[in-house]
Design a protein around this ligand. Structure first.
Ligand code: SF4
Ligand code: SF4
Length: 753
């Protein structure tokens, strides 16, 4: 059995599934030479005309550029530059409607041709004298991308490391109306073969297979003539059937190989290029002419001259149509591409780009008006016509449902959007439209998934970095701690503690913003302790100075009562001193309370005096008897009189305790009713004192001296009281009176009513 290569050599051609035979209408243009057009007034050159990214702009508005001058520069492998199709001035670099089904605006350079068509210096290369890298570089710098399909950068497609069995040149051009490649082959076959030879040098294939439909006999003959006697160059004429020009379909036609789903032709050892691309490579390498023009079929019954033209890249479609005698109809449709795979445009100012092979301006009846879509009747005609062996009706169903999983399961990606299914559909369903929308959705989903995946990768990398840095910090701290321990051990524990305390103190001072001195703090603390201790001692002494038995209930809380009790105690002591001078020495210090409040005592005395006065008014005889003032000799001073009164009251109290019934008789003042007016008592006391004072003044000084001497004789010198002033005597008298009243009150409170 012959091998595949032997079968190819024998001229065998295979077939593919499906396909249709629409009217070709190629005869309108394949008999006329390619026309040269006048240079248009404006050229709109999109900065990106291929799959990939745009290059860096090298010119600015106002610059004059020469024909063939690069306007952009490729900055990565997926970029190819664009060039000035003619000499002129850069008018603008702005957004302009793109030549794309989306009609989105994209960055476009507007060039005003100057009519001189002045070339930049050119540097042709001899393919036999340069290496493949130089050839690849020239191809890229010339801005060459696929001219028969999506516009994939050619220098990437032909820069392969894998072995290539077959280089297939696509010269089928199966779509109706389009004859651009046909005319190019008829007129420039030798240039095309020169371009193929450069590709052969780059790819080193076993054989070159040029596939061309059998409705292009002139082109086929021209190619065969250009090939001559070259070995392993085969021109294979395939039956005219749409879409024989599809990449996978042509591979199957010429090699009987099928490209697996989701794989590339290179995976089965095949590289395919378009004849227009081969021509552009030849021009770029041999003549240093970048891709600045291309052959475009301008067809349609609204045109006076349907023909192929060599159009400059950037030529507005409207200029192209006008150059061919365009007569627009109402509701005129303009289609870029053929009637099967082309797309309509609304803005006729969009330019010719590197992939524009045809412009159709049909009349309303020429292609038939689009009719209303009807429901699928499951006839299966679409599946029969599909060259990719797909199930178009199932793809339609899942496209409408936006079920991307099912679309993937039914291999939507293998659809070449040839439109054969829609062409045969009796329900007039625009199937390709649904597939394009579904593909766009899938691409968007894949983009989002890719972005999410990249974001996750960045997040994972960040998390890993943070964890690594944390671990490094931990290890570093451990090392530093170990170093500190070693240093402390070396310098001694005491030094360590002192340093730690000092550091802690410094930290505290820094944190609080204060700079307290340590010694000051300690001194302040000691001072407060001493104050507290002194206060406690004082308090204890005060309790000792006031015996518990002399304190009336509530004395501790009532300072006035405490003062009265103290005065009473002093009076007792004085009395005792008079009676037993030796006892004074023991009691007097306690009687004289240092904290005696003279003011309060004076008030109490005033109250006592008022009581006495009132009593004197009520019972003059009773007052006269016990009042010391009345019984005292004139030389006795008021102080002694007060003391005597106090003593008398004390006796009365004692008597009352022993003989309660006698109290009423002997001490009527002590049991004065509670309602006695204190004011009146004070007045009486004052009167008594005044009387005493008067008597004292009337007495002769010798008497006073004698009395004093008598007193001094009665007491030892060391126990004699110091001489007192009249004010002091009055004060003491008041105190004594207060004591008396307090006692009386106490007695009154203790007696049952
Ligand atoms: S457009 Fe797609 S589904 Fe329809 S016939 Fe072509 S390849 Fe098949
Ligand atoms: S050709 Fe149209 S009507 Fe028939 S099965 Fe396909 S989609 Fe449905």
């Amino acid at each position: 059995m012959p091998t595949l290569f032997q079968q190819i050599q024998a001229g065998k051609v295979w077939d593919f599934h499906g396909g249709i035979h629409p009217p070709s209408r190629k005869e309108r243009t394949n008999q006329k030479p390619v026309a040269l057009l006048d240079i248009p007034d404006r050229l709109y050159i999109p900065l990106r005309q291929h799959i990939g990214v745009a290059g860096k702009v090298l010119v600015k508005v106002g610059d004059r550029v020469l024909k063939g001058q690069a306007l952009t520069q490729a900055e990565n492998a997926m970029a190819v530059p664009v060039h000035a199709p003619t000499s002129g001035m850069v008018l603008a670099i702005d957004l302009h409607t793109s030549t794309h089904p989306s009609s989105l605006a994209e960055p476009t350079l507007v060039l005003a041709p100057d009519g001189m068509d002045e070339w930049r210096p050119r540097k042709p290369l001899d393919p036999e004298q340069v290496d493949v890298y130089t050839l690849l570089e020239r191809i890229q710098e010339s801005g060459i991308s696929g001219m028969g399909g999506a516009g994939f950068p050619t220098h990437i497609k032909v820069n392969v490391k894998q072995p290539v069995d077959y280089l297939i040149i696509n010269a089928v051009e199966c779509e109706p109306y389009i004859t651009a490649d046909d005319m190019l082959m008829q007129e420039r076959a030798s240039d095309i073969i020169a371009g193929i030879e450069i590709l052969v040098k780059l790819l080193s294939p076993k054989a070159v297979l040029i596939g061309i439909e059998d409705d292009k006999p002139i082109a086929a003959a021209s190619l065969k003539a250009a090939i001559g006697q070259k070995d392993n160059y085969f021109v294979r004429e395939v039956p005219t059937k749409y879409p024989s020009g599809g990449e996978k379909q042509l591979i199957q036609l010429l090699t009987n190989k099928e490209v697996p789903a989701g794989r590339r032709p290179l995976d089965i050892g095949i590289v395919m290029q378009n004849v227009g691309t081969a021509f552009a490579i030849a021009q770029a390498v041999l003549d240093d002419i970048p891709l600045i023009h291309r052959v475009v079929t301008v067809a349609g019954e609204t045109l006076a001259q349907q023909q192929n033209v060599l159009a400059l890249i950037g030529t507005p479609i409207s200029d192209l149509l006008n150059a061919c005698g365009f007569q627009a109809e109402p509701q005129q449709r303009i289609i870029i591409g053929g009637p099967m795979m082309g797309f309509a445009i609304a803005d006729w100012s969009v330019p010719v780009v590197k992939t524009t092979n045809c412009v159709l301006a049909p009349t309303e009846n020429e292609l038939g008006a689009a009719s209303d879509e009807m429901d699928c009747i499951r006839c299966g005609a679409c599946a029969d016509a599909c060259p990719a062996s797909l199930l178009p009706q199932q793809l339609l169903w899942y496209s409408k449902a936006k079920d991307q999983d099912k679309l993937a399961e039914y291999n939507l990606s293998d659809c070449i959007e040839c439109g054969a299914c829609a062409y045969v559909c009796p329900s007039e369903i625009p199937l390709v439209h649904y597939y394009r929308v579904a593909k766009a959705d899938i691409r968007e989903t894949q983009r989002e998934a890719l972005k999410a995946e990249q974001a996750k990768a960045r997040f994972d990398a960040r998390t890993e970095r943070l964890e690594r840095e944390k671990q490094e910090r931990l290890e570093r701290n451990q090392q530093l701690a170990a170093q500190r321990v070693a240093q402390q051990q070396a310098s001694g524990q005491a030094t360590q503690s002192a340093a730690a305390v000092q550091q802690a103190l410094e930290r505290t001072q820094q944190q609080s913003g204060q700079s307290l001195d340590k010694e000051q703090i300690i001194a302040e603390r000691e001072r407060k302790k001493a104050e507290a201790l002194a206060y406690q001692q004082q308090k204890q002494q005060a309790q000792i100075a006031t015996p518990a038995e002399d304190q009336a209930p509530g004395t501790a809380e009532d300072p006035r009562k405490a003062a009265i009790a103290a005065a009473l105690a002093r009076a007792k002591a004085k009395k005792q001193a008079e009676a037993q001078p030796e006892a004074v020495e023991q009691t007097a210090p306690a009687e004289i309370a240092p904290d005696m409040d003279a003011k309060k005592a004076a008030v109490a005395a005033a109250i006592a005096r008022a009581k006495a006065k009132k009593q004197a008014e009520a019972q003059p005889e009773a007052v006269e008897q016990p009042t010391p003032a009345d019984t005292a000799v004139p030389e006795v001073d008021a102080k002694k009189a007060a003391v005597a009164a106090a003593i008398a009251r004390a006796k009365a109290k004692k008597l009352a305790e022993a003989q309660p019934e006698a109290v009423e008789q002997s001490v009527p003042a002590e049991i004065a009713p509670p309602e006695v007016d204190a004011k009146k008592a004070a007045v009486a006391a004052a009167i008594a004192r005044a009387k005493a004072k008067k008597l004292a003044e009337q007495a002769e000084a010798p008497l006073q001296t004698e009395a004093k001497a008598t007193t001094e004789r009665a007491l030892p010198p060391e126990r004699q009281e110091p001489a007192t002033t009249p004010e002091q005597d009055a004060k003491k008298a008041a105190i004594a009176a207060a004591i008396a009243r307090a006692k009386a009150k106490k007695q009154q409170n203790s007696e049952p009513l």
